[in-house]
Write a protein that binds this ligand. Structure first.
Ligand code: FAD
Length: 301
């Protein structure tokens, strides 16, 4: 990652159809003009979507000026497979990896005990050892990001123990953290303070997802298990639930207010969950006063 703060970044997922790929490439061209510090690419729970992640990361690396960060998870992987992925990314001079526990696969039988890495901390340690072996062309090796959960992770109801697990990831070699999406900044600020109290001093990048439709909103509630929706947001969405354009404006405005408040309170970075669309993020960027670099040549992705 470039060293200047706050960072601005975007998350994409690998598209499964040619049409979805075209939408994503246009989104990348649109957002590249803002010169984000990095963009990240999610990793599926198994099967062919995983190759789509590797391919997309390399395509972005080779055809744009963006700095792609692949997500990598423990799920359905052994050490040899992860090593092969690291070697491939190192050869492409990928600079960072987001090391994650990973979501359970929904459509295939899954036995977690067969994974070489039981928790993200094990993956962080493995990447750090890979770095120490000198296998990356950059002497520093991969920068390592990890996930954080301002509202708590559902699998660990004991928040003190959860913080110990987070600290273990930092002690194992994590350089920065990207958080799960949240809608109440007080949860983020409190989490950030609790991290400091636990001795965690790496940059904490806030995950923001603008709501752009009622269906998207309901899907967030399902996917980001435990996400808390403040009454203020729910009231505003209720007022316009039958007006798709109204919902989009409310969602974008709410995310924009969150971003202003985060920036006023020295956030280390803001990571936008884009769902592969650029419109909402562009409105927010323009309203935050972040200039587009029109001089950047549009890439041929
Ligand atoms: C920014 C971000 C990006 C994401 N991208 C993806 C993606 O691309 N693909 C995907 O599949 N998922 C993704 N996820 C979801 C994430 O993988 C899941 O939410 C996962 O359950 C938690 O990931 P983690 O890296 O925090 O895992 P971990 O750090 O392994 O934690 C998972 C749970 O295990 C507990 N735990 C940790 N260590 C121990 C231990 N030693 N003993 C007992 N319990 C322990 C933790 O407290 C936590 O409750 C993402 C999440 C975030 C926030």
């Amino acid at each position: 990652m470039r060293g200047d703060f706050p960072t601005f970044s975007f998350e994409f997922f690998p598209p499964k159809t040619p049409e979805a790929a075209e939408i994503l490439y246009q989104t990348i061209r649109d957002l590249e003009l803002y010169m984000p510090h990095f963009i990240s690419v999610t990793y599926g729970a198994g099967g062919s979507t995983r190759d789509l992640t590797h391919d997309l990361v390399e395509r972005i690396q080779h055809t744009t000026k963006l700095d792609p960060i692949p997500h990598l998870t423990c799920v359905c992987h052994n050490e040899e497979e992860v090593e092969a992925i690291l070697v491939r990314y190192a050869r492409s001079a990928i600079g960072n990896i987001l090391a994650l526990g990973g979501d359970r696969p929904r459509d295939i039988p899954y036995d977690k005990s067969r994974d070489s890495f039981q928790h993200a901390v094990d993956l962080v340690e493995f990447i750090r050892r890979f770095n120490e072996s000198g296998a990356h062309p950059d002497r520093r090796g991969f920068g390592i990001g990890v996930a954080g959960f301002p509202e708590g992770h559902p699998a660990t109801p004991n928040r003190l123990v959860e913080m110990d697990h987070l600290k273990a990831k930092v002690d194992a070699g994590a350089d920065y953290m990207v958080t799960q999406l949240f809608f109440d900044n007080r949860d983020f600020f409190d989490f950030r303070e609790r991290c400091v109290l636990a001795g965690i001093h790496i940059p904490i990048i806030a995950g923001i997802m603008p709501i752009t439709s009622m269906s998207g909103f309901k899907r967030i509630a399902e996917l980001a298990g435990g996400a808390r929706f403040p009454a203020k947001l729910l009231r505003a969405l209720q007022r316009c639930e039958n007006d798709p354009e109204g919902v989009r404006r409310v969602g974008v405005h709410f995310a924009l207010e969150q971003c202003h408040d985060l920036l006023d309170n020295n956030v280390a970075g803001i990571h936008f969950y884009t769902l592969n669309r650029s419109d909402a993020t562009r409105v927010i960027f323009d309203s935050l006063g972040i200039p587009r670099r029109r001089s950047v040549q549009v890439s041929a992705i």
